[in-house]
Design a protein. Structure first.
Length: 295
C-alpha cells in the first residue's frame, strides 16, 4: 500500500506493507481521512504516537470500505493517511447513507473529542452557556453544533468565519457575560480571560494549546467561582476507554449526523499524493472545518 510518511519534517509518499488485522480488528480500504492538529504536530516531531503505532505515518481518523463492502469510519491512534488500515472493531462506526466520503473521513476524531470534552468531562447540560474558543477548526465546529443540539446557548470565538459559526447555531462570536462551560482549544493567555468569564461552578476544559502551553492562574478567581479546570487528550487512551468514547458517539451523535442535524464542513480535499501541500494548508490557518484526503 501507499502511505504518507514523515521524512525529516516533510511528508513523502512511500510503499509500506499492507497491514494484517489481528484478533478483533478489521481491514479498511481508506476512501477519506481527515487531517488534525495532532498530525501536524507529529510531522514536526512534537506529538509521537502511542507505543506500537508506526511513528512516521500520521492520521487519526478515516472512512472507507471493509473487505465485505460495508461503509465505515474509524478512530485510530495513527496511520490513517494510507491506503489501508487495520483497526479494532470497537473503534468503528457505520457511515450513514447520505454522508459522503469527505464528511465521513473528517467526522470521528473531532466529534469524538468534542463530545467527550463537553459531556463526559464538563457535564454540559441544556440551558447552560457554552464558550468555544477556537471554534472555526474541526473540533470547534463540532463543539458548537453539539452544544446547540444539547440546548446550550453557544458563543464561538475565532479569528475568521464568524458568519459561518452563526449559521451553525452560535448566538454570538464575541464573549459576553459569564459561562458555565468553556472549551479551550487555543491555550496560552486565554486561560486568564476564561477565569474572568467563568460562572459559579463553571468548568474549563482545556484540549488545545496552539497559542501556548503555559499561563498564569488567578487562584482567587477560581476559588471564588468554585470553578474547575481540567484537560485531556484522546489519542493515548487505552483501547477500552476509546471504545467507550466511540460507543457514546454512536448513541448520541451518529443519529444527528444521519439526520443532517450536525455536519462536517470540509474546507478542502486533497489526494494523498499532495499530502505535504495539505499539511501546509492546515498549518497556515484560516480554514473553516476540515482538510481531508480523498481517493
Amino acid at each position: 500500500m501507499r502511505a504518507a510518511v514523515i521524512v525529516d519534517g516533510r511528508l513523502e509518499i512511500e510503499e509500506r506493507p499492507d497491514p494484517v488485522p489481528r484478533d478483533g480488528e478489521i481491514l479498511i480500504r481508506v476512501r477519506a481521512s481527515g487531517v488534525n492538529g495532532a498530525d501536524v504536530l507529529q510531522r514536526l516531531g512534537h506529538y509521537p504516537p502511542p507505543p506500537g503505532v508506526p511513528p512516521d505515518v500520521p492520521g487519526l481518523e478515516c472512512a472507507g470500505e471493509t473487505e465485505s463492502g460495508e461503509r465505515v469510519m474509524a478512530l485510530l491512534p495513527g496511520g490513517a493517511h494510507a491506503e489501508l488500515v487495520a483497526v479494532h472493531e470497537s473503534h468503528v462506526l457505520p457511515v450513514p447513507d447520505d454522508v459522503d466520503w469527505p464528511q465521513a473521513g473528517g467526522f470521528v476524531e473531532v466529534f469524538a473529542t468534542a463530545h467527550d470534552a463537553l459531556f463526559a468531562q464538563a457535564g454540559l447540560s441544556a440551558g447552560e452557556r457554552l464558550l468555544v474558543n477556537g471554534a472555526a477548526g474541526g473540533v470547534g465546529v463540532a463543539a458548537v453544533q453539539l452544544g446547540v443540539e444539547a440546548g446550550a446557548v453557544v458563543t464561538g470565538t475565532a479569528r475568521h468565519h464568524h458568519e459561518e459559526l452563526l449559521e451553525l447555531g452560535a448566538t454570538d462570536t464575541e464573549p459576553s457575560g459569564s459561562y458555565d462551560v468553556i472549551l479551550e482549544l487555543v491555550g496560552g493567555d486565554n486561560l486568564r480571560t476564561n477565569l474572568e468569564l467563568l460562572n459559579l461552578k463553571g468548568r474549563i476544559a482545556v484540549i488545545g494549546l496552539g497559542a501556548g502551553a503555559t499561563a498564569q492562574v488567578h487562584f482567587g478567581r477560581l476559588m471564588a467561582t468554585r470553578g474547575r479546570i481540567h484537560g485531556s487528550t484522546l489519542r493515548p487512551r487505552p483501547r477500552d476507554e476509546k471504545a467507550d468514547v466511540i460507543r457514546r458517539l454512536r448513541e448520541d451523535v451518529l443519529p444527528l449526523l444521519a439526520a443532517g442535524r450536525v455536519v462536517v464542513p470540509v474546507h478542502a480535499t486533497y489526494p494523498l499524493d499532495r499530502a505535504q501541500e495539505a499539511y501546509d494548508a492546515f498549518a497556515a490557518g484560516g480554514k473553516f472545518g476540515k482538510i481531508v484526503f480523498v481517493s
